[in-house]
Design a protein around this ligand. Structure first.
Ligand SMILES: *Cc1c(COP(=O)(O)O)cnc(C)c1O
Length: 418
């Protein structure tokens, strides 16, 4: 479900006209729906109620403070991957006991601050990292809780760049090494191994890869138990797919029906790390038509938002539905929707059938809530766009549009060139 709907040919986010937000903040911008965020989070919480999971929203998919606060208000914790994300979690008053910290390259500074904050656990991705956490915790006189991220070596049937659970990927620890670590955990005096973690990839639309992974985990847990090794937590990661075009992804309930029996069998406390599922369809990217260009061969709708604002189409060939914010004409044209960036790869959509729009009209790029703003950049020296949160009839800018002052901040011409 999402709360972006047409009423009398005009797109609304909840009870707010998208065009009214454009009037207030200019274009382009990201727009998020509070109700949609809450709906997606509660769908997961309800479907998995039998194991009462700690749902740690994967902040890397969307780090907007309004989004984070909304989710925290409804009981979510956070899956973080950097100190910046930890700062954001603290800023909105997140419960440290609902924070898990992944990343293959945690630095000493990041590890120390996370230990001090008292997070639920680190998701550890390698033996050298475990040794490093142990060393830092020792220095601080603390015991750091960790979960070992295991690499179950299953293919996730998704885009190559977003599959993570095979031995070709940089993530996680292979099963044999994990077992060895668990047996030798007394060597790490300042570490408490609290659990195991898996995350096999992203935008996975069927339950089969999840089941394949969890079966491997169960087999592994049983072999650990037979050797007298016990852990407390199982973190099953994120990766649930959503609808961008014509996918038929499992619902939260389907997913729960498929894997709850396995999770219950483990008897472990469950952590989940959904990102895209919660926020993907809860956000849109709104952009304005600048020019309609016809080179005799092809038509281009040139808009003011580009690949620096939303890189998924360029980066992954990802499909986002594009719709006019106001449907004024029935006549359609087939056109590529392209941005102003000086790259052929700068497109939001190709060969789309759209109404014959005029300069100044607005387009909404749908399902842009996940891996949208967070992946934006200043490429071509463009200001990052604002992010706006809607709740019912209200809306607020939760992150301002950057200014040219922001863009030039910290830049100088070296003295020896003067
Ligand atoms: C990216 C990531 C997630 C979230 O993935 P989604 O596909 O957005 O649900 C969860 N856990 C880890 C470790 C990740 O790297």
């Amino acid at each position: 479900m999402h709360d972006f709907k047409f009423k009398k040919n005009e797109l609304y986010c909840e009870d707010v006209k998208v065009a009214d937000v454009a009037k207030a903040v200019g274009t382009p911008f990201y727009l998020y729906s509070h109700n949609t965020l809450v709906d997606h989070l509660t769908k997961i919480q309800k479907a998995f109620a039998a194991v009462n999971p700690t749902v740690c929203f994967a902040m890397k998919s969307n780090g907007n403070l309004g989004v984070l606060k909304t989710l925290a208000n409804y009981g979510a914790g956070f899956d973080i991957v950097s100190m910046g994300e930890l700062k954001k979690a603290m800023k909105i008053g997140a419960d440290p006991k609902k924070i898990v910290f992944a990343s293959v390259g945690k630095t000493e500074e990041e590890i120390a601050i996370a230990i001090k904050t008292g997070i639920l656990f680190f998701n550890v991705e390698s033996v050298p990292e475990l040794e490093e956490i142990n060393r830092i915790a020792k220095k601080m006189g603390k015991v750091a809780p960790v979960a070992l991220r295991i690499n179950p070596d299953v293919a996730a049937a998704t885009h190559n760049h977003i599959t993570t659970g095979t031995l070709k990927n940089k993530f996680g620890i292979d099963l044999a090494s994990t077992k060895k670590l668990l047996k030798e955990q007394k060597k790490f005096k300042n570490i408490k191994i609290s659990g195991l973690h898996i995350h096999i990839g992203s935008q996975i639309v069927t339950s089969a890869p999840f089941i394949a992974a969890i079966k491997k985990v169960i087999e592994f847990l049983e072999s650990l138990r037979s050797e007298g090794i016990h852990i407390g937590y199982l973190d099953i990661g994120g990766g649930m797919g959503i609808i961008y075009k014509d996918e038929n992804p499992q619902t939260a309930q389907n997913y729960a029906n498929a894997i709850l029996p396995y999770l219950l069998k483990t008897g472990l406390k469950i952590v989940m790390e959904p990102g895209r599922f919660i926020v993907g369809n809860a956000g849109i990217f709104v952009t304005k038509v600048l020019y309609l260009k016809d080179n005799g061969f092809k038509k281009f709708l040139i808009v003011d938002g580009g690949m620096n604002d939303l890189i998924r189409p360029s980066l992954y060939g990802a499909y986002h539905e594009i719709v006019p914010v106001k449907t004024t004409t029935a006549k359609t044209v087939k056109a590529d929707v392209v941005g102003p960036i000086c790259e052929s790869g700068d497109f939001l959509g190709k060969e789309r059938d759209l109404p014959a729009l005029k300069k100044g009209e607005l387009l909404a790029v749908m399902s842009a809530g996940a891996y949208g703003y967070v992946m934006s950049s200043n490429y071509n020296v463009r200001c990052r766009v604002p992010e706006v949160l809607v709740k019912g009839k209200e809306f607020a800018v939760t992150k301002k549009r950057e200014t040219y002052y922001d863009l030039l901040k910290g830049e100088t011409v070296p003295g020896f060139l003067k």
